[in-house]
Write a protein that binds this ligand. Structure first.
Ligand SMILES: O=C(O)CCC(=O)C(=O)O
Length: 302
């Protein structure tokens, strides 16, 4: 990546804002499919980068060809991964859901070979919500906090290709429905994806990976975005040498900040994404936080 300078936003980003219909679907279901989010050239760049990193990690960790390879913080390893941080077809939808005060909190690659190859390290599918301790420690009902964008590099059509499963609407549930492990229960959805499709999902939706018993290695990337006042999950700070080669908006998305108070009280220089958007869609077009909606008042004491 040495010597390269990375630019993030183009006018194309404005063409992929979240539509009212997409917002309604996301609020209702807890996920949104973006078909064909990756063009073929980008998908091939990502597949090449995936294969290079996969080979390196298998060697480093002593993984066999049938083991699952899971690597966090992949954006440091290849420009193809870095390019996704502000991907025009998906990330505008993220800032239309969460607002402009956002950062990448995880960039995760999962290479999942067929279980028939006899890998020792293929995790059993487990229903979960994302994030770790926040899932346990937050009061109920739990707030959204973050969303993830899945990029499917390979085809997951069919019951045996390890497609992600979700329980639509379950982002409003604090525990998975008890029937979700019943094979006859139809409240689950296998999110079969074509190569290049993307799925944006609320971190609270109950989800799990399916089982890959096909003949095809499943390759997917999961990029998570959260508010800037949360710590990132897979880095403390991005390397300075990388930040210096990124434009201001990309630096923001990579968790950088300009002022000390700016994590909680962002100043304009902490959040250049806000000014970029305001210059194009106007202040009145900016995302409105929940606090700007009418609030319930306290019931009068009896
Ligand atoms: O691998 C999958 O299909 C699901 C990924 C997942 O559970 C996650 O990113 O939290």
């Amino acid at each position: 990546m040495e010597g390269q300078f990375f630019e993030s936003l183009t006018e194309a980003h404005l063409r992929h804002a979240l539509t009212p219909r997409e917002l309604a679907a996301f609020q209702r279901d807890g996920y949104l499919v973006v078909p064909g989010a990756l063009d073929e050239a980008a998908r091939f760049r990502l597949l090449e980068a995936t294969d290079r990193l996969d080979q390196r990690e298998r060697q480093r960790l002593g993984l066999g060809p049938g083991d699952m390879m899971s690597r966090f913080s992949v954006i440091r390893f290849d420009p193809a991964f870095l390019e996704l941080v502000a991907w025009a077809l998906t990330v505008p939808k993220v800032w239309d859901i969460l607002g402009w005060n956002i950062q990448l909190y995880i960039s995760h690659l999962v290479v999942y070979p067929p279980e028939t190859w006899g890998g020792q390290q293929c995790r059993a599918p487990v229903w979960h919500q994302d994030s770790g301790r926040p899932v346990l420690e937050l009061e109920r009902p739990a707030p959204r906090l973050s969303v993830k964008v899945a990029y499917w590099l390979t085809d997951t059509h069919g019951p045996d290709r390890g497609a992600m499963e979700v329980i639509p609407g379950s982002h409003r549930l604090d525990a998975p429905p008890p029937e979700c492990d019943d094979p006859d229960w139809d409240g689950r959805l296998l999110l079969e994806a074509s190569p290049g499709d993307s799925v944006i999902f609320d971190r609270r939706i109950w989800h799990r990976h399916g089982r890959n018993t096909s003949g095809v290695v499943r390759k997917a990337l999961f990029f998570g975005y959260s508010y800037r006042w949360l710590r990132a999950l897979d880095y403390t700070a991005m390397p300075q040498a990388l930040l210096e080669r990124c434009d201001p908006v990309l630096r923001q998305l990579l968790g950088d900040g300009a002022t000390e108070v700016g994590w909680y009280q962002p100043q304009p220089e902490d959040v250049p994404l806000r000014a970029w958007l305001a210059a194009r869609i106007g202040e009145e077009g900016l995302w409105q936080p929940p606090s700007s909606q009418p609030q319930q008042s306290l019931a009068p004491r009896q």
